[in-house]
Design a protein around this ligand. Sequence first.
Ligand SMILES: C[S@@+](CC[C@H](N)C(=O)[O-])C[C@H]1O[C@@H](n2cnc3c(N)ncnc32)[C@H](O)[C@@H]1O
Length: 270
Amino acid sequence: MLLEWLEARLMPAAPEARRLGAVDELVAVRARAKRLSRAWSDHVAKAREAVLRVAEKTPGRGLVVVLGSGWLLEVPLEALAARFDRVLLVDLVVPRAVRAQARTLGNVDWRVWDVTGVHGALAAHPKVAPAVADPAPLPPEALEADLVVSSNMLSQLPMSPRIWMDRHGLPRATQDAVAEALIRAHLTALGQCLGRGRGTVCLLSDFEREERDSAMTGGAVRYDLLHGVRPRVDGPRWWWSLAPEGEEGKTLSVRHKVLCGVLETDPYSS
Ligand SMILES: C[S@@+](CC[C@H](N)C(=O)[O-])C[C@H]1O[C@@H](n2cnc3c(N)ncnc32)[C@H](O)[C@@H]1O
């Protein structure tokens, strides 16, 4: 716990990302990934494999933009750097270890960027629901890229904004509306990257949560992680054992259903 606290304090990050809790979240993701490396290994392998499969089918080999690069758990960075002339990693927070890895590969850059565009407004006016731009603002390179990978961030986009709005007393219905708008706006923005039929978009995202309590009778309880929005993706689906028994509760196990593949031209349905 102390180590995580220290790691978060030392992480290079924009003040808004820190205030909204995104830095703490990212540090917690790595701690959990380490703790649960065995349980997560199947998901990590499938995610990397599915991203690579899309990369191999992408005709252009100029630029790949990875949105939500995080700790590069699900990103086959070396293979992407070998296949494309240039790789751009994009995240709200880019840890030092990732920056160092980028430097060693030579053709990999990184960019700190809020792909929702709402963090600044939320930090400045905590009691006001932010206006969500649709399409969401992506780095300009994404529109020119041969391949854009949205790397397991879609369901996470509302997380810090939601916790922040909750803490500042915004009603649940407002939080839900903002969350759904953020998800739609990201998919619309990804749809723009398919523009002129040149780019390919690979969407990796969890979309359903299943909670099972072995001490209770009755079946599992399922939750929609994408607020009713359904991305149209051609690719595999699998279960990610996110929290086996003991992680979130003694008798509780949690898994998420994940999809990964090529985003279709009409990127989502409701
Ligand atoms: C579940 S993690 C993805 C992990 C990553 N794909 C990996 O391989 O390590 C979600 C990522 O989305 C990033 N993220 C969340 N909200 C963001 C935003 N508004 N703009 C940019 N990145 C964001 C987080 O910082 C985090 O790295």
